[in-house]
Design a protein around this ligand. Structure first.
Ligand SMILES: Cc1cc2nc3c(=O)[nH]c(=O)nc-3n(C[C@H](O)[C@H](O)[C@H](O)COP(=O)(O)OP(=O)(O)OC[C@H]3O[C@@H](n4cnc5c(N)ncnc54)[C@H](O)[C@@H]3O)c2cc1C
Length: 391
């Protein structure tokens, strides 16, 4: 039978989390994904793509019962977050200040996806079509017809979670606003002299920030933002030459490192004009691709999953027809403004640190020092970034 309540296109972190959440509500769900995630073995090197998982995202992953699996594989908690431009403006946020044991965990994207896939395989309400790909999508008043490379499916509702270049978004003609940033980012996995650290930090420069995200053991993920040409040049260097560049440019607190792996990523901003059209909804990067500077990308996607699940669960609880357009529209109302606010805040930060004038620099550093002196404001900002306070 190829008829489902929901078909989720894209089995990345957000698509897999939405499939599981909707299946838990008792809906029949199909998920379509191009490629199977590779199985885990402890000797595998760290994935280059890691995410700073907020407390709110951790809560979702616990609800979906994948957190214990991730803990048994590998992850690294952090308790402190350091931010500065000039040394004198160094500002540190601490989990204790908001009565938490930690601010988040650095987890490899691939492992988050894999843990969710293991659960999907065990769930009676979920059918996985993989490897497969969506080719055509046609909506009518009763349902949606999805043509895959191997078969045709029918769904009451379709979730587009197929990433930044979403085919679902294109097939239903939802436009986007956005641009490519002048910078790129280089992700570098390194072995550190320091043993495992409980801090993640970021120093700002006019060319973009330099960041350190701790990994389990004496490893770390470095993020180097710079103009595209400079990132291209750095990408061509041998590991030994890159180590020299790191020791020249990264803050001294990093200590000596050995490069293990590296990769460059372009930075784009895209925001879908609608998250909802007829029976189709967009979630995660398909709806919003954000500057990764504050590590909010997948955390926003997980907030989308929570919001959609809440909307549908409430409708079912109230005896409403959950697939009706006015019910589905509530998801967009809950999420689009929040995501836009986060994207705009990141851009304001990006533009502000790109200003070279001495006055702008003075204002930025004074701003950071002021935050240090206003614990109330500092703790509110921290709680919001961790996803435990929506104000
Ligand atoms: C340099 C960099 C650093 C980042 N750091 C962080 C961070 O620290 N914290 C954070 O929260 N976020 C971070 N992000 C963002 C984060 O990686 C994304 O927000 C996240 O991966 C989005 O997840 P997703 O499931 O929405 O999309 P994706 O991860 O892109 O998954 C989409 C899935 O859909 C599948 N797919 C696509 N098209 C089709 C099709 N036609 N048919 C079937 N399947 C299809 C793909 O194979 C893929 O598995 C970073 C991004 C970058 C570029």
């Amino acid at each position: 039978m190829n008829q489902f309540d929901c078909v989720v296109v894209g089995g990345g972190m957000v698509g897999a989390a939405s499939a599981l959440s909707l299946a838990e509500l008792g809906l029949t769900v199909a998920i379509i994904e191009k490629s199977n995630p590779a199985v885990f073995s402890p000797e595998q090197t760290f994935d280059l793509r890691v995410s700073a998982i907020s407390l709110a995202s951790e809560q979702l992953l616990k609800q979906l019962d994948v957190w214990p699996q991730l803990q048994s594989w590998r992850m690294c908690p952090y308790k402190r977050l350091g931010v500065w431009e000039q040394e004198r403006s160094y500002t540190e946020f601490n989990a204790q200040d908001i009565n938490q044991t930690h601010l988040g965990h650095i987890v490899e994207n691939r492992l988050i996806q894999l843990s969710l896939w293991q659960k999907m395989h065990q769930h009676n309400n979920i059918t996985i079509f993989c490897p497969d790909t969506l080719i055509k999508l046609e909506q009518n008043s009763a349902d949606v017809e999805l043509t895959l490379s191997s078969k045709v499916l029918r769904a009451k509702v379709v979730i587009g979670a197929d990433g930044a270049n979403s085919n679902v978004r294109k097939l239903v003609h939802i436009g986007t606003t956005g641009w490519d940033y002048a910078q790129s980012a280089m992700l570098i996995n390194v072995q550190t002299e320091e043993s495992q650290q409980d801090i993640t930090w970021q120093q700002f420069f006019k060319t973009g920030p330099l960041a350190m995200l701790p990994l389990p053991g004496n490893y770390a993920s470095l993020v180097w933002y710079h103009e595209k040409d400079e990132i291209k040049r750095l990408s061509t260097l041998s590991h030994a030459d890159l180590e020299l560049e790191i020791s020249t440019h990264f803050p001294k607190r990093l200590g000596k490192v050995t490069v293990i792996d590296k990769g460059a990523f372009p930075l784009t901003r895209r925001h879908a004009n609608q998250y909802h059209k007829g029976r189709v909804l967009l979630l995660g990067d398909a709806a919003h691709t954000i500057n990764p500077m504050a590590g909010q990308g997948v955390n926003l996607g997980f907030k989308d999953v929570k919001a959609l699940t809440h909307v549908i669960a409430t409708a079912i609880g109230n005896g409403e027809s959950w697939q009706q357009a006015d019910v589905l529209a509530r998801y967009q109302q809950k999420r689009r403004t929040d995501n836009l606010l986060m994207m705009t805040t990141m851009d304001a930060l990006y533009l502000s640190f790109g200003h070279v004038s001495p006055l702008a620099k003075l204002a930025r550093n004074a701003g950071l020092m002021m935050v240090n002196k206003l614990p109330n404001l500092k703790n509110k900002a921290l709680a919001y970034a961790c996803g435990i306070n929506s104000d």
